[in-house]
Write a protein that binds this ligand. Structure first.
Ligand SMILES: [Cu+2]
Length: 130
């Protein structure tokens, strides 16, 4: 009996090492220049891992931010987004993963700012809530 309790504790520890307690995973597909989901709700205060699959034969972006951030990108000239965890370029036929924690409740928008993609509908809303 003691041995089985020890085994359960070990399993709980290993599970915790793989994914922090309360963490979440969100999968987003991109197909025909549209996100598979345009409304995402996540909890605030825990890590959320986003996995974004681009099934298209062209590159896309997943840029998450407030309206001021998107306005900068609409008029900006950055060709590639790779250094920021909330600004991803997903090359054609590839997958990118990023983990973000939203410290407080907030609503943000994600978009692809490649020419014409926002107007075509590559826009979604993320809500983090306590
Ligand atoms: Cu795009």
């Amino acid at each position: 009996m003691i041995r089985s309790v020890t085994s359960l504790l070990l399993l709980a520890f290993l599970a915790g090492a793989c994914a922090p307690a309360g963490s979440r995973a969100v999968d987003i597909g991109i197909h025909y220049s549209h996100y598979s989901t345009t409304l995402i709700s996540v909890p605030a205060g825990v890590p959320v891992t986003f996995t974004i699959h681009n099934d298209d034969p062209i590159d896309h972006e997943w840029l998450l931010g407030d309206l001021a951030m998107h306005e900068r990108h609409r008029t900006g000239t950055e060709p590639v987004h790779a250094a920021r965890p909330d600004e991803l370029t997903i090359p054609a036929l590839s997958t990118r993963t990023t983990t973000l924690t939203f410290p407080v409740a907030m609503t943000l928008t994600y978009m692809c700012h490649l020419p014409g993609h926002e107007a075509y509908g590559m826009v979604g809303t993320l809500t983090a809530s306590k």
